[in-house]
Design a binder for this molecule. Structure first.
Ligand SMILES: [Fe+2]
Ligand SMILES: [Fe+2]
Length: 310
């Protein structure tokens, strides 16, 4: 479904051109067609470090199946949404997550070429989520999506805010993560608002976060170990411990997120309470503005798509 809009800062498209429904509520799906070449890409793209680079590859391996699960969970309740704004937001959410799956598949393919078992782990996660889809109620699946969208929103916000964090990453690879981080915050209220519309049960929402957290980190741990093993780094204990502390130590990246994580358990919590509006304006301009680092790539990807569909 498409409509017209006069604004072009988020879409990069000329005014009055047909734009996706999600773009009318600031949740535009953006095609970017990232190309990763193993001859030029950095294997240890984060801090030149095997442990931390494997960690982000692990996280990326969760996205294609994980975000497809989110889309299905939300799509199931689409028919129950009558509010036109939320309907448009749901369209934007589905479009953005579909693009994330596609672009992370491209990056995971690079990981596979570097010797990481991204294909096998993607399949394992698919089986796990397949069992969740088969054996749990739809409302639990939506509630789990709300929990994981909270994780992605706060991890993404940290990347957009923390310059020292970004400085450790290879600038080329970082573009993929910045684009994803921007869009995670653009659509961070959508699954939550769908849940509030169709259920709103606080105990289910808060209660789901506990097993989701346990399973999320268990999967990351198991996948990370396999990434390191494939890279012959599993017994590089000293470096692995250093990397672990960087992520989970007292001042680690995840420790810094604990207050925002805990906000989720407040009965009156809403994702918009973590105000990222100014941050999003800043990053939309940096990535997709007149001199944006992804503006040309975005336009080229859309031209290619336009040629294919005409
Ligand atoms: Fe995403
Ligand atoms: Fe998301």
């Amino acid at each position: 479904m498409t409509t017209t809009a006069s604004s072009n800062i988020q879409t990069g498209q000329p005014a009055a051109q047909k734009v996706p429904l999600g773009a009318t509520v600031n949740i535009p799906p953006r095609r970017l067609d990232f190309q990763f070449d193993e001859k030029t890409a950095k294997r240890y793209f984060y801090a030149d470090d095997p442990f931390l680079s494997a960690f982000w590859i692990t996280l990326s391996t969760l996205f294609p199946e994980g975000e497809d699960f989110f889309v299905q969970a939300v799509r199931h309740y689409r028919k129950d949404i009558t509010d036109p704004t939320l309907k448009a937001q749901v369209a934007g959410f589905i479009g953005q997550e579909a693009m994330h799956s596609k672009e992370h598949e491209a990056w995971n393919e690079l990981g596979q070429k570097f010797g990481y078992p991204t294909h096998r782990l993607d399949k394992s996660l698919g089986k796990l989520l397949g069992a969740v889809k088969k054996y749990t109620p739809k409302i639990f699946q939506l509630s789990a999506t709300v929990s994981l969208e909270h994780y992605t929103a706060i991890i993404a916000e940290q990347l957009l805010r923390d310059e020292s964090h970004r400085e450790l990453a290879d600038p080329e690879t970082l573009k993929l993560w910045l684009w994803h981080a921007l869009e995670e915050n653009e659509h961070k209220t959508v699954a939550y608002d769908v849940y509030e519309t169709v259920s709103g049960n606080y105990l289910l929402r808060a209660g789901t976060m506990i097993p989701v957290t346990v399973i999320f980190f268990a999967v990351i741990g198991v996948f990370q170990a396999q990434m390191l093993a494939s890279d012959k780094q599993l017994f590089n204990i000293r470096n692995n411990w250093k990397g672990f502390k960087y992520l989970f130590g007292r001042k680690g990246l995840f420790a810094q997120l604990v207050p925002q994580y805990l906000d989720f358990f407040k009965p009156g919590f809403h994702p918009s309470q973590h105000d990222t509006e100014a941050l999003l304006d800043e990053w939309r301009e940096k990535l997709f503005g007149a001199d944006g680092t992804l503006t040309a790539q975005y336009e080229q990807a859309n031209q290619r798509k336009g040629k294919k569909t005409h």
